[in-house]
Design a protein around this ligand. Sequence first.
Ligand code: SAM
Length: 194
Amino acid sequence: MKAALDKNYWDSRYQEGSTGWDLGGVSPALKAYIDQLEDKTQKILIPGGGNAYELAYLHENGFTNSYLIDLSPTALANFKKNNPSIDERYLIEGNYFELEDQFDLIVEQTFFCAIDRNLRKQYAEKTHQLLNPDGKLVGLLWSEDFGVDAPPFGGTREEYIGYFNELFEVRTMEESYNSIKPRSGRELFIILQK
Ligand SMILES: C[S@@+](CC[C@H](N)C(=O)[O-])C[C@H]1O[C@@H](n2cnc3c(N)ncnc32)[C@H](O)[C@@H]1O
């Protein structure tokens, strides 16, 4: 039977240390994007952030209006332990699809591929709803389909365009040139403007 991809599922993964997706540091593609941002007051969200090295990087670099949301209390506890100087108010424990707030930038990394495939359209709609009128969704999506019924669920550019096209201007959805080696040639870098 297919596992429900709920709070228990994800929290157990962190408790067991079964976190093969975790890069152990800031993703180079996201670091490069963050490094060229000028407005440090913008409100940023990392959904399904997990160990959220990017959130720590944002705060260290003066982007102090940055948040993460994750279902897993263990992931959040790990983040707090590893980043004691970051105030807890920036860590939201909860379901992305139930969040009510507004952001200027939402940063995607292995969250879209972790949710059930039938929630993809809802992800596009929820992300659109959570963004300010000029807001952007920026990050990485797999560019291949893994053909298995468990996360990570991959996909194709054509499929993604189908979810986002009506709600966003697709500024960039191209092969990422600075992915980590094991993901090289297998990821799209996206910049979607509301
Ligand atoms: C594959 S992990 C990726 C974690 C992190 N982005 C990274 O790259 O290391 C997916 C994350 O999404 C979280 N998650 C899954 N469904 C969620 C939901 N509906 N709302 C918030 N977080 C969710 C999980 O707890 C997990 O931390």
